[in-house]
Design a protein around this ligand. Structure first.
Ligand code: IPM
Ligand code: MN
Length: 360
């Protein structure tokens, strides 16, 4: 029997809807070629919807979304909406409600894409950041006193639970084993200052590492990681870190791999519903111009298929993207691709269909 998957599509704001359409082209090309079926339900949530209705993300919509096998998200963010409202009300609400405790962000420079790092090529820039996605500073613990007065006190605490830290570290070891590259897992922390939180991370890391004797472990402080990501990105295979540090270093990662146009990510609950998104945001100024690069969204579709178990189809997307980047697309920046947004989507879908691509 043909396998069938339910995909919740959240096109969102700005250029989100445009890139999601191109991601779906790639998914459909895979479904046709590899004989599975995808059924889409679109949910119109985001800044526009909020402005029209005052509604952000009601619980009954979360309940509907959570019935799907995976979520494909465009971008959330609207210039007329105060920062924080949509981010917390949609993105973080979904991550927490669906317990997507892993944020998986590959940092990979594809051939044909230029990096701002001199002398680094696709051989040197190819690692994955596993960011804890449900705790830390993002848990929202804290409060303030005497707000707006000279005596104001603001406290924002980082919550790190043994369970939360352990499941993330365990996922990272498993991922590193499966990735089978240099089998090296680096813990990114700040044990010299954050002596409670990263003491827990470090002890857990060492304990879990005993179950993975074939994986080499390493540790670096987050500030040093930033330095090495620029100077020696080839040192990294898989990096595991907490929510806040993961947020910061993956933006740096996105830049060294060529920019937001190619940076994809997955919010993963290994036993539940995961959500995939280009990490670049809604880029409102490019909306409707057919110039935004859909590759990040298409690579998110690749992560989506890989996570739901369609790994052959997933690598077909990556191979097609590799070829398009190497042979066709001039520059990954919006407006400089030499192709319109939809033409890039068509090209990748055609390569998938033809089985043309670069082996991965
Ligand atoms: C990301 C984003 C979000 C985060 C924001 C929009 C809340 O920067 O996905 O990295 O900080 O996690
Ligand atoms: Mn971020």
């Amino acid at each position: 029997m043909t396998k069938k998957y339910q995909i919740a599509v959240l096109p969102g704001d700005g250029t989100g809807p445009e890139v999601v359409v191109e991601g779906i082209k790639a998914l459909e090309a895979c479904a046709a070629k590899y004989h599975f079926k995808l059924e889409y339900t679109t949910f119109h949530i985001g800044g526009e919807h909020y402005k029209k209705t005052g509604e952000i993300l009601p619980d009954h919509v979360v309940a509907d979304i959570s019935k799907s096998d995976a979520i494909f998200l465009g971008a959330i963010g609207h210039p007329d909406v105060k920062p924080g409202i949509l981010e917390q009300g949609i993105l973080l609400k979904l991550r927490f409600a669906l317990d997507q405790y892993i944020n998986l962000r590959p940092v990979k420079l594809y051939e044909g894409v230029s990096t701002p790092l001199k002398d680094k090529t696709s051989k040197e820039i190819d690692f994955v950041v596993i960011r804890e996605n449900s705790e830390g500073l993002y848990a929202g613990a804290g409060g303030c006193l005497k707000r707006g007065t000279p005596d104001e006190v603001a406290i924002q605490e980082s919550i790190n639970t043994r369970k939360g830290v352990e499941r993330c570290i365990r996922f990272a070891f498993e991922y590193c084993r499966k990735r089978n590259k240099s089998k090296k897992l680096t813990l990114c922390g700040k044990t010299n200052v954050l002596t409670y939180a990263f003491d827990l991370w470090e002890r857990t890391f060492h304990e879990v590492s005993k179950e993975y004797p074939e994986i080499q472990t390493d540790y670096a402080h987050v500030d040093a990681i930033c330095m090495w990501m620029v100077k020696n990105p080839e040192w990294f295979d898989v990096i595991v870190t907490d929510n806040m540090f993961g947020d910061i270093i993956t933006d740096l990662g996105a830049m060294i791999q060529g920019g937001m146009g190619v940076a994809a990510g997955g919010n993963i609950n290994p036993k539940g519903v995961s959500m995939f998104e280009p990490i670049g945001g809604s880029a409102p100024k490019y909306t409707g111009k057919r110039i935004i690069n859909p590759i990040a969204a298409i690579l998110s579709a690749h992560l989506l298929l890989d996570t739901i178990g369609e790994s052959v189809a997933a690598s077909a997307i990556e191979s097609a993207v590799k070829k398009a980047l190497r042979d066709d697309i001039k520059d990954v920046a919006a407006g400089k691709m030499g192709y319109a947004t939809d033409e890039v989507g068509d090209l990748v879908a055609r390569y998938i269909k033809e089985g043309a691509g670069v082996n991965v």
